[in-house]
Design a protein around this ligand. Structure first.
Ligand code: UDP
Length: 347
């Protein structure tokens, strides 16, 4: 659809149009956030032009290169978003903007129904209004709830146990219905545990306020910014009693988005894809890896379980490998922690 509009550009715009006709333009919502800001750089290296839309409620303006078009707006602001999609002749939307804290979603679900679900409904309205027909959603392993078995395949029952997972699942279902009815094509990318930083982009890393994720908390403890890490439960039915998670490098996640864009661009069928490694690591293992990489002591305190934490979340990534031809390459635990440490030690 974007091509048809380009073909109809006025004659006066022709010279400029020819100059940029090779670049694919993508809208990156949440492009000033952790994964989104990495994506902007990945797109650029792949010859795409990213346009960032972010309200800076959680993102950082300095995470977006100065020459990347930046629109400070809420994804639910339909007039601004529709105008942005039209003005920049956007071919695909990559929707990263989201609230992401499980605990917060339980305590304040309205923030999640409004910020994740209602905002996604508005964004899709804008996309349909502007004729954008490709959409990549940042989804999550949280849609599976407490899985019956691991590794988890995409057709495992989706029974989320918190509003964060519920709102992402509802968004996925909306995409499936819109795809059947309106011809929108989408990929819902179900991240397992995103971590790490891109060593080629030293200004980028994980910076959440407040920070609740394990890898940055452990590294901040190594730096002395926190007295200890509290490990949430050591009585799980896992080899060392702490939870198992599938940690996937942010660089690999971004490569998966590129693969999904290419797949959709070639007419690939819509669907959901797990993004992980197929390998679980315990909380204790993460702390140990961080001690090794940083060479610093990292005191731990064992505390009670955190509500809603399943014992093990490990992805089967066979579908992403088969369909998107994507496989995590930089996601050994040692590499993730090393790249994250390089960022934290610099920051
Ligand atoms: N975790 C922990 N202490 C912390 C933060 C996290 O023990 O201060 C554990 C958490 O229970 C989970 C794992 O680390 O088993 C990863 O948690 P995180 O919040 O990073 O990601 P999630 O798995 O919730 O997406």
């Amino acid at each position: 659809m974007g091509r048809a509009r380009r073909g109809g550009a006025p004659v006066g715009a022709r010279a400029r149009f020819v100059l940029c006709s090779h670049a694919v333009r993508d809208l990156v919502t949440g492009g000033a956030g952790y994964v989104g800001s990495h994506m902007v750089c990945t797109l650029r290296r792949a010859g795409h032009e990213g346009v960032v839309l972010d309200d800076l409620s959680g993102g950082h303006r300095d995470a977006v290169p100065g020459d990347v078009p930046f629109v400070q707006a809420d994804v639910a602001d339909r007039p601004r978003v529709t105008a942005t999609l039209r003005d920049h002749r956007i071919a695909a939307v990559l929707h990263f903007a989201s609230r992401i804290q499980v605990g917060e979603s339980v305590a304040a679900p309205r923030l999640y129904y409004k910020g994740n679900l209602a905002a996604s409904i508005a964004l899709l309205e804008s996309a349909l209004d502007a004729g954008v027909d490709r959409f990549v959603l940042s989804s999550t392993a949280a849609i599976y709830g407490a899985p019956k078995s691991v590794p988890i395949e995409e057709d495992h029952p989706a029974v989320p146990v918190n509003p964060y997972g519920e709102t992402k699942l509802a968004t996925e279902r909306m995409l499936a219905a819109y795809s059947r009815a309106y011809g929108l094509r989408y990929a819902a990318l179900r991240y397992f545990n995103a971590a790490g930083a891109d060593p080629a982009e030293p200004h980028l890393g994980e910076r959440h306020t407040p920070e609740t994720h394990l890898v940055p908390l452990v590294l901040e403890t190594a730096l002395g910014a926190r007295p200890h890490v509290t490990i949430f439960g050591d009585d799980y039915p896992t080899p060392d009693g702490t939870c198992l998670r599938d940690y996937v490098h942010v660089v690999d996640l971004c490569e998966a988005h590129l693969a999904a864009l290419q797949y959709l661009g070639q007419g690939g069928e819509s669907g959901a894809f797990n993004l992980g490694t197929g390998q679980g690591h315990s909380v204790n293992e993460v702390v140990e890896a961080a001690r090794h990489v940083s060479g610093r002591p990292i005191p731990v305190v064992y505390g009670p379980r955190r509500d809603g934490d399943p014992p093990a979340l490990v992805a089967s990534c066979a579908r992403a490998e088969r369909v998107l031809h994507w496989k995590a390459k930089r996601s050994s635990l040692a590499q993730i922690v090393e790249d994250a440490w390089a960022f934290h030690a610099r920051a």
